[in-house]
Design a protein around this ligand. Structure first.
Ligand code: XLS
Ligand code: NI
Ligand code: NI
Length: 439
């Protein structure tokens, strides 16, 4: 028996000519690309928080959505949490996504103290476990919400109060236990309040030490319990804090190196966060693959004018195509996947809007993936790179890199050969036109 919340039980692949608003035109889970089903390439997940916990509020106004499990409709909080889970799994099933992701605070009511919150979480983990086994939907990652409650307003691991550090550590432990129990394939840490509002009250060196210690505690605990998933840090430069320490992929890499964790932790990259950091999505993905720390993606998009993390559903195929190009080029996802960290606009009130947002986004990703694969198969971008860097094949060129030549020797070579390098075109427009042929 279903709750009857959604207008349909299943969205089907109907092909490009379909004009059914709730059908897939491009996403066909079973279609094989390069020996792998599309579902296994993309590894879609839905985010519990945006679709089922967020009530439609923005900085200027409150709740817009009317959902039967919201506090104004239901006072028994545990019953509401169970109804929310029923509806959530109906959506995962209707969309045919293989995975979901959640924070503790999305699935369980906040208790009056730590003990009660943990008990609520444990109870809801049983419910989720049951739903997962009924539907076959799996957990891509779990995470702790260490940013909404006022106790975290000055940070979680970076809080000036050691009791908040302890409370955060205990909360992370409970969420890692839940993730482990549910067979999660990754565990995510997004440091929403790990940053500062003003340097006037902030000791940067101390907070870096605290944050490094917390991540080491997480990695130690992962090994202690035998969790085989990947620990992922999600970079974001600001919002809610003025400055967040996990600013972007490069900054996170420096942090991991500083704390001896570069072989233990990878990154979960979000499109909107890349834009906030002044980068593109593919810049962040390419940087992570170059540094060997690429893990997973939070797929969404920002409004380019607003300057906020608007978390909209992706709808720009070329952007998504270039993102998947870099992912495929690096070998594709291992434990990671494509999590829709995306929410409706606050005027999109209907249950069908939730389905349409996700289904359209899945289609955009499918188109992007197909375009990325065709580009990879054609090899044009790789050939352009090989040509551009071809000079480095030369053994003398290599000697400058491998230590066989020092600065003196290199200088002698320039003088003795009378080197006078001539610039070559970077061919940007040709390459942009090339990419457009595939999109
Ligand atoms: C917020 C983040 C958050 C993380 C999980 O901006 O994207 O949703 O993905 O805590
Ligand atoms: Ni995210
Ligand atoms: Ni975000």
């Amino acid at each position: 028996m279903t709750t009857g919340f959604f207008p349909t039980e299943k969205i089907a692949f109907e092909g490009e000519d379909s004009n059914n608003p709730l059908a897939f035109r491009h996403y066909n889970a079973e279609e094989v690309i390069d020996g792998k089903r599309m579902e296994d390439h993309l590894r879609f997940a839905c985010a519990y928080w945006h679709s089922f916990a967020w009530q439609g509020e923005d900085p200027f106004g409150g709740q817009t959505f009317d959902r039967p499990w919201f506090p104004d409709r239901m006072s028994d909080e545990m019953a509401a949490a169970r109804l929310k889970a029923d509806v959530a799994f109906e959506m995962f099933t209707a969309l045919g996504v293989p995975y979901f992701c959640f924070h503790d605070a999305d699935v369980r009511p906040e208790g009056t103290d730590f003990r009660e919150s943990s008990r609520n979480l444990e109870e809801m983990v049983e419910v989720l476990e049951q739903k997962m086994s009924e539907t076959g939907v799996k957990l891509l990652w779990g995470t702790a919400n260490l940013f909404s409650h006022r106790r975290f307003m000055a940070g979680a691991s970076t809080n000036p109060d050691p009791d908040v550090f302890a409370y955060s550590a205990a909360t992370i432990k409970s969420c890692m236990d839940a993730t482990f129990k549910l067979g999660g394939e990754n565990y995510v840490l997004w440091g929403g309040r790990e940053g500062y509002e003003t340097l006037l009250n902030t000791d940067l060196a101390r907070e870096d030490q605290q944050m490094g210690r917390m991540l080491n505690l997480v990695v130690d605990y992962k090994h202690k319990i035998g969790f085989k998933g990947t620990i992922l840090v999600e970079p974001k430069p600001q919002e809610p804090t003025k400055h967040q320490y996990d600013f972007d992929v490069s900054t996170v890499y420096g942090f991991l190196k500083r704390h001896g964790l570069e072989n233990e932790v990878k990154v979960n990259i979000e499109q909107g966060h890349a834009i906030l950091a002044g980068h593109t999505f593919e810049h962040e993905i390419a940087t992570a693959t170059a540094l060997g720390i690429f893990g997973s993606i939070d797929m969404n998009r920002n409004d380019y004018q607003s300057g906020w993390d608007t978390d909209q559903f992706p709808n720009n195929t070329p952007e998504v195509g270039l993102a998947y190009y870099h992912i495929l080029k690096a070998g594709g996802f291992t434990t990671g996947g494509t999590n829709f960290d995306a929410k409706l606009r606050r005027q999109s009130l209907d249950p069908q809007d939730l389905l349409a947002g996700h289904a359209g986004a899945m289609d955009v990703c499918a188109r992007g993936l197909k375009a990325a694969f065709r580009m990879l198969e054609d090899g044009g971008l790789q050939k352009a790179l090989d040509d551009r860097y071809g000079g480095w094949q030369d053994s003398e060129a290599q000697n400058m890199l491998n230590g066989k030549m020092d600065l003196d020797a290199i200088s002698d070579k320039v003088l003795s050969r009378d080197l006078n390098p001539q610039p070559r075109s970077g061919q940007q427009e040709l390459l942009e036109n090339y990419v457009n042929r595939f999109m």
